[in-house]
Design a protein around this ligand. Structure first.
Ligand code: G4F
Length: 344
């Protein structure tokens, strides 16, 4: 049987890597993307052109997870055997400013998608939901496993918790092959520039190329479990190849601070970084030029932060044979070098 994937949020980081993986594995790929006044398909444009040359099926549609009609239209046209849902308001800090909008996309959007699959009676269609470590929020244990109780700490996390449970409920009530991938932070040169890792590498590369503005960051001591996005999409695909649907944690199991990320990236970029001062007065100076290249700006602090989000991916490793390939150090290097290249 021909494998046909439908990817919502296809133009984002994960959507673009997964598209490449699926086309290479012989899938027809259909993708949904929201209209925007600025062209936002740069991550998939090259793949689209290559697919066209090779005569592969790679169709893009305008649509929105908040617009049931558009979902029905795309499903009816593509008749997917696998659906990957990446459509999301994915920025945790912005969810405090736009809680209702975040809920409509991240919670109700998932329900709309599940209802569309149910109403089309796509009995064999397998579904992947982009779930998140933010479900654990004020984590009650460290590291977290699939059995750790949830305690989200943001409108984003609460909306994603609804999505998690509705996926599980549709699996139990309607026997759908619906899966939650509980992913910890995953980064790459394709990461959006307002997430901390990419903000760091993009801004340091700009400074390196002569920009005079220092990089402004919030909580330098915040910690995350950062993996490589390209490693993680492999896992999403593996989840949908299993006979039984399930939920899996995908993580590296290692915590690092924002400060460590900055230090490693600055080193790769050729700065000699030293820290001076404390709290909101702390700055990072490049000893080679004497210039302040990092400042702390309380504007980027979160109203509340989650507590030690670090995942135990033993279940994914044992059941699916998955292993992350890229270490934290490699990840920083890949991202920093890619941004330096951009500004050459
Ligand atoms: O890069 P971040 O914005 O990612 P966050 O909030 O952990 O969320 C990401 O990962 C989640 C888990 O996979 C996803 F669910 C979610 O969709 C998203 O992909 O922030 C990471 C940390 C935070 O503790 C934040 O306080 O970095 C800290 N930080 C410090 N300065 C900053 C900044 N974050 C941002 N975005 N910008 C700063 O200037």
């Amino acid at each position: 049987m021909k494998k046909v994937a439908l990817i919502t949020g296809i133009a984002g980081q994960d959507g673009s890597y997964l598209t490449e993986l699926l086309l290479n594995r012989g899938y027809d790929v259909h993708g949904v993307d929201r209209r925007s006044s600025l062209f936002n398909r740069s991550r998939i444009e090259k793949t689209r052109r290559e697919a066209q040359k090779k005569g592969l099926v790679f169709e893009l549609y305008y649509g929105d997870i908040c617009d049931a009609g558009s979902l029905y239209r795309v499903i009816s046209k593509s008749k997917p055997t696998e659906i990957y849902n990446f459509a999301s308001q994915s920025h945790v800090a912005i969810s405090f400013d736009e809680p209702e909008h975040t809920t409509d996309i991240n919670a109700n959007g998932v329900l709309r998608l599940l209802e569309a699959v149910r109403n089309f009676e796509l009995k064999d269609c397998r579904i992947y939901q982009a779930s998140t470590s933010e479900l654990f929020g004020n984590a009650l244990e460290t590291p977290q496993t699939e059995k750790t109780p949830f305690h989200p700490r943001s409108p984003y996390g609460v909306a994603k918790l609804y999505a998690y449970w509705i996926v599980k409920n549709y699996r139990e009530h309607y026997a759908m092959h619906a899966n939650n991938g509980i992913l910890y932070n995953h980064e790459s040169p394709r990461r959006g520039e307002n997430f901390v890792t990419r903000k760091i590498t993009y801004s340091l590369a700009k400074i390196k190329a002569g920009d005079d503005h220092a990089l402004e960051l919030g909580n330098l001591d915040a910690q995350r479990d950062w993996g490589y996005a390209k490693d993680y999409v492999e896992m999403m695909w593996l989840m949908l190849q299993q006979e039984k649907a399930d939920d899996y944690i995908i993580a590296t199991g290692k915590l690092h601070t924002v400060r460590e990320f900055v230090e490693k990236a600055a080193h790769v970029a050729g700065f000699d970084l030293v820290w001076e001062g404390d709290g909101t007065k702390e700055v990072g100076r490049d000893k080679l030029t004497g210039k302040i290249i990092i400042k702390v700006n309380p504007k980027f602090y979160r109203p509340i932060e989650p507590h030690l989000l670090v995942g135990d991916a033993t279940k994914a490793k044992d059941k699916l044979g998955w292993q992350p390939k890229v270490s934290f150090e490699n990840l920083v290097e890949i991202m920093m070098k890619a941004d330096i290249e951009r500004f050459l």
